[in-house]
Design a protein around this ligand. Structure first.
Ligand code: FES
Length: 103
């Protein structure tokens, strides 16, 4: 059997991101699982609508906010992935984006 880096990874945690069915590994953070699935844009900034994603990876910059199971402003880099999680980017959750100024 031929070995290649990504092909050796066992994916057995199922979750969705913006309705898309994805897989991750046990013990991964939500941000890492999204990154593994090729998703780097986790939302947009409130004022300038610029793309946001994982930056510090340590819970300090707040650039990786997502909504997880209906709870908004979850730091995806600090949250462990769980089977069945429903993750939404911070720009597609209507509860967060109901006003232009984000308040
Ligand atoms: S990437 Fe900085 S807080 Fe998550």
């Amino acid at each position: 059997m031929e070995k290649s880096g990504a092909a050796d990874i066992t994916h057995n945690v199922r979750f969705t991101f913006n309705g898309r069915k994805l897989h991750g590994k046990p013990g991964q953070t939500v941000a890492a699982a999204l990154f593994l699935n090729g998703i780097k844009k986790l939302g947009v900034s409130r004022k300038l609508k610029q793309p946001r994603g994982m930056y510090c990876g340590s819970g300090r910059c707040c650039s990786c906010f997502v909504t997880v199971d209906g709870i908004d402003h979850v730091l995806s880099c600090m949250t462990l992935l769980e089977n069945g999680m429903v993750v939404q980017s911070n720009d597609c959750d209507p509860d967060i984006r109901r006003r232009d100024d984000g308040n």
